[in-house]
Design a binder for this molecule. Structure first.
Ligand SMILES: [Zn+2]
Ligand SMILES: [Zn+2]
Length: 255
């Protein structure tokens, strides 16, 4: 039985649009079995709306979430979405890690010394560095490897004001088809098998690709359903993930 859960949601605490109360109310309305509120927390992120959140505020955020969730009778898991260093190491204090019930590690940026030219999307060296970092992240700590085939860190490659959200998704698909081949996915799966980390079914971008989901399923890698909702009306948009778990007979990541 596939559980109706959404394990990747942002609130106004980081860059989401709904407050934690609104998110919990929405989850209740949708009858979701469980949700995870996973705001960004990463002191190393280049984005100032993300990198200046204080540890004590995060811990307080968790306790307010728990209190409201309890009052509303909604199961809510408290955690974060964060990036790691190049070697897959989470750079957070023990206190933060101890307080997180779920940690999604997503490749939001990569440590890359080369120069990036806007409009030059197929930069072999850059994508090689990306692939290496993702393998390291799969090896490293955290529970779930987030959106590794979409929301790629190509921000500085984009020509300003020329791409739409859909355009960026299509670009990520082209990059995935070109660089994340079967040999690479096999290497990623071998890594995940040892680390016991789950991989995310990223409902917002409908990724990873079908053949990748098939391989992950054949190798018993757990899959975590997440909407990656930033807008309130995207909370619980998990139907694609549920279909994939059923259709590909995946093991569902569940807490
Ligand atoms: Zn992300
Ligand atoms: Zn996210």
């Amino acid at each position: 039985m596939v559980k109706r859960v959404d394990y990747h949601i942002h609130t106004t605490f980081s860059d989401g649009e709904g407050s934690y109360k609104e998110v919990i109310d929405r989850a209740r309305e949708l009858n979701l079995e469980s949700i995870a509120i996973t705001d960004h927390f990463d002191p190393y992120d280049p984005n100032p709306s993300i990198n200046n959140i204080r540890e004590m505020d995060l811990i307080e955020h968790f306790s307010m979430i728990k209190e409201y969730a309890c009052k509303k009778g909604q199961r809510v898991i408290c955690g974060i979405e964060t990036c790691t260093d190049f070697y897959g190491k989470i750079r957070l204090s023990d206190r933060v890690i101890k307080n997180c019930e779920i940690i999604i590690t997503s490749p939001h940026y990569i440590e890359y010394g080369g120069s990036i030219i806007p409009g030059k999307y197929y930069d072999d060296k850059f994508w090689t560095a990306y692939k290496n970092k993702v393998i390291n992240m799969a090896k490293g700590s955290g529970n779930i490897l987030g959106h590794m085939e979409s929301y790629l860190p190509y921000g500085s490659m984009l020509v300003p004001n020329t791409t739409t959200f859909e355009g960026r998704i299509r670009l990520a698909q082209k990059i995935a088809n070109r660089y994340f081949d079967e040999k690479y996915i096999d290497e990623l799966i071998d890594t995940l098998r040892f680390s016991n980390k789950a991989i995310e079914l990223h409902c917002m971008t409908k990724s990873p690709r079908d053949w990748v989901i098939d391989k992950l399923s054949q190798n018993n890698i757990p899959m975590s359903i997440g909407s990656d909702a930033h807008a309130l009306d995207a909370v619980g948009m998990i139907d694609w993930g549920i279909e994939k778990i059923k259709g590909h007979k995946c093991i569902q990541y569940s807490i």
